[in-house]
Design a protein around this ligand. Sequence first.
Ligand code: NI
Length: 188
Amino acid sequence: MILPITIYSDDILRQRAKPLKGVDAGVEELVASMFQSMRNASGIGLAAPQVGHSLRLLVLDVSCIKNYEHEEPMAVINPYMLSVKGSCEMEEGCLSVPGVQGDVVRPSVIMLKYRNEHFEEKVGEFSGMVARVLQHEIDHLNGTLFVDRVPKRHRRKIQKELTALASGVVNASYPVALREVEPLSHPL
Ligand code: NI
């Protein structure tokens, strides 16, 4: 099922998501829907809060990117970063912040402990685009958006678009979940 994507000013994107205790039919269905919703939106990563579930679960599939064609799609549950190495800058975007891009500096290699879609514990080292997407999605589970990590001097460029998104002006080619926006109060 294609689920609508929550947008920038939605509270759920600012909450710390809850760990999963296991995988049942409901979680399996959510994982399948997240893959479907991500691909429908031409995304390469999606975190559960972006489809309205405050759970520590994310999916990613970078196989559409050059040089990553053989990379298997991943479902990641309860991720925990054991260590990080290096640093690199890369331009990021986010399905919850449509129309906005910005350069973000992050570690280039991460060691991650997590559970897979069968709730089996795994430890893996990730680099390149996979490490980048994992860190962006793990941020979502902690209530952080990539725009928070864009340096202040570059934030001014995107502030107008963020203000528009916050006021409910959203141009996206995929279904979005828009919450009621509080009417502006007039200081009179
Ligand atoms: Ni995102």
